[in-house]
Design a protein around this ligand. Sequence first.
Ligand code: NAP
Length: 365
Amino acid sequence: MDSIKAEFNGDETTAMSRIPVTILGATGVVGQRFVRRLIDHPLFEIGHLAASDRSTGKAYEEACAWRLDGEPYAGLNRHVLRAAHPSEAMAPVVFSALDSGPAKEIEPLFAAAGSFVFSNASAFRMAKDVPLLVPEANADHLALVETQRRVRGWKGAIVCNPNCTATVLVMGLAPLQQAFGIERVFMTSMQAISGAGYPGVPSLDILGNVIPFIRSEEDKVEEETPKMLGRFKEGMVEDAPFAVSAMCHRVPVIEGHSEAVSVALKGSPSPDRVADVFRAWRGDPRVAALPSAPPAPIRVHTAEDRPQVRLDVEKDGGMSVHVGRVRTCRLLGIKFALLGHNTERGAAGASVLNAELAHALGYLA
Ligand code: NAP
């Protein structure tokens, strides 16, 4: 995280004035990544860790099996877990790594009490007044927060990051939507087992195997993608007018979702032209200076056998998305390979980037 700190030059916030945050679901796969990302963040400072009744009152090292490299528990071994309720764990900024069921009950309590909640859960993603953000692609959707506060009467707000597979897909589609316009998308995913939380899929089911079913995943990708690539207009988001068809598979990979994408683009551009657009794309200019933003949102590979999970997914702290094999598709016009980190760009890193954007745009004042 030191490198993140050193690279950050867009704000005068110092360690003295960092914003206290609560991490909900701090013991889980995504929660641990939040802890590791936020332990030494230039804008945010960990105040409370919270999880389920099973963990409340226990020291972090007793309640949680730490599964990341680096310092175990990020040094918070004896930090006592709180109940996931504003009366116990209030903070101006809340990062939620809760499952969807508890998130539906708990996140609104914090938003009503005045917290800005940055959520990984699916509970509110498709609500018309909730921003579903990939900052490089749709930073302007953050303004939905004003509609949300008007409609719900909250002092705080809920801002969601998308499903991890949809996040990676939107990073690959946003440059093409902006440069050409999209007519149709067909995507087949090969998704890591960490996407199912811990302990996730039993090893006897996944080793040496491919499972062509992940509950609700295809619906999430097909519904969330047009919302994210939609237009913000008069306080609402108008979905992008193209259909997405997704086929999702679980594969024996630990971190990293790979996607094979075919897309019909307006004007039928050549593969070389499409690769140039990927290479030049930097996304919303307000994002590049944020502490968690990668040097470029997309890394374009030219080797015929890249991107690969083992070689590429951890680059840039898992925050860049990888594109390779841009070529002609006999059905839709263009096809390419995509790869992204499901628990960083698709989860913890995404929420932290959303919060940094909200801070940069003055929402956390
Ligand atoms: P996980 O490993 O199963 O962790 C779930 C966390 O929620 C644990 O800290 C658990 O605490 C806590 N929790 C469970 N029930 C609770 C309750 N009733 N009240 C308070 N806390 C409760 O799950 P995960 O993979 O980290 O996923 C977390 C969220 O992120 C999910 O909504 C998931 O869909 C989303 N997401 C995950 C990924 C990914 O790649 N894994 C990507 C994008 C989004 P205890 O330890 O005390 O039970």
